[in-house]
Design a protein around this ligand. Structure first.
Ligand code: IMP
Length: 215
C-alpha cells in the first residue's frame, strides 16, 4: 500500500519525529504524503546517545526517550539508518552519521568512506533503515510498539555525483541503476530507498492493525 492509497483514512493522524536530521524529516513528510502529519522534534527534547549495537536497538532507544519526555501523549516515530559496506565488514553501520568523527559533515563522512575504499574494486554495500513507532495506549506510559525495516542494495561509486538527498547519497548507486541516489530526484529515491521500503512496510502494518481507518 502507498501513502496515496491510504489518504483520507488515517486513524493515526500525527507522529512526532524523533530525529533532528532535516534530510530524513523531508523524506518522511514525502513518504507519509499527508496520511499522517510529521511534527518536528520540540527544541527541549533531548535525543539519547546512540549506544545500541544495532539499528533496531537505536531506533527503539530514540523512540522511547522521546515518548517518555513528551509524557506518552503523542505517537513517536524514530528512524535509525545507515550504510553497511561489504569490503569494510559492515562499517560504517550504526556509526554512519559519525564515521569521520563526532559532528562530522556529510562531505567529511563521504570523503572518509572513499578513502577507506581507495584501490578496491569490491564496492557492494547496502542501506538499512529501522523504524520504531510508539503509539499511546490507555494507561500511563503504555504504548503499542511497531518495528519494521527496509534495505537497498547497491554499490559505492569512486566519486560523488548529484546534488539531491543527504548523507552518502552522492556515492551510492542502487543495483541496476546508472544514477546515484543524489541524481535520482526525490520520487526516484523514495521508490528504491531503504526508508521508502520501511515506510511502506509501516503503512501496511498500520493498515493490518486497523490503525489506518476510514474517516
Ligand atoms: P542516524 O540514523 O541518525 O544515526 O544517522 C544515519 C546516518 O546514516 C546519516 O547521518 C547518513 O550519514 C546515513 N544515512 C542514513 N540514511 C541515509 C540516506 O537515505 N541517504 C544517505 N545517507 C543516509
Amino acid at each position: 500500500m502507498t501513502a496515496a492509497s491510504a489518504r483520507r483514512r488515517s486513524g493515526l493522524r500525527e507522529v512526532l519525529l524523533a530525529s533532528g536530521n532535516t534530510g530524513k524529516a523531508r523524506e518522511f513528510e514525502r513518504l507519509l504524503g499527508g496520511v499522517i502529519s510529521v511534527c518536528p522534534l520540540p527544541p527541549q527534547i533531548v535525543l539519547p546517545e546512540e549506544i545500541g549495537a544495532t539499528f533496531t536497538d537505536n531506533a527503539r532507544l530514540k523512540a522511547e526517550a522521546v515518548f517518555q519526555q513528551t509524557g506518552g501523549r503523542v505517537a513517536v516515530l524514530a528512524d535509525d539508518s545507515g550504510l553497511e559496506v561489504e569490503a569494510l565488514a559492515g562499517q560504517p553501520g550504526v556509526h554512519s552519521a559519525r564515521y569521520a568523527g563526532e559532528g562530522a559533515t556529510d562531505e567529511e563522512n563521504v570523503a572518509q568512506l572513499l578513502m577507506a575504499l581507495h584501490g578496491t574494486s569490491q564496492r557492494q554495500a547496502r542501506f538499512i533503515c529501522c523504524l520504531c513507532l510508539l503509539v499511546p495506549q490507555p494507561g500511563p506510559g503504555v504504548a503499542l510498539c511497531i518495528e519494521v525495516s527496509g534495505e537497498t542494495a547497491g554499490a559505492i561509486e569512486a566519486a560523488p555525483r548529484g546534488k539531491d538527498g543527504f548523507g552518502y547519497d552522492p556515492v551510492f548507486r542502487p543495483d541496476g541503476w546508472e544514477k546515484t541516489l543524489a541524481e535520482a530526484g526525490p520520487a526516484g529515491k523514495d521508490s528504491v530507498s531503504h526508508r521508502g521500503a520501511a515506510m511502506r512496510a509501516l503503512l501496511e502494518t498500520l493498515q493490518e492493525r486497523g490503525l489506518l481507518t476510514h474517516d
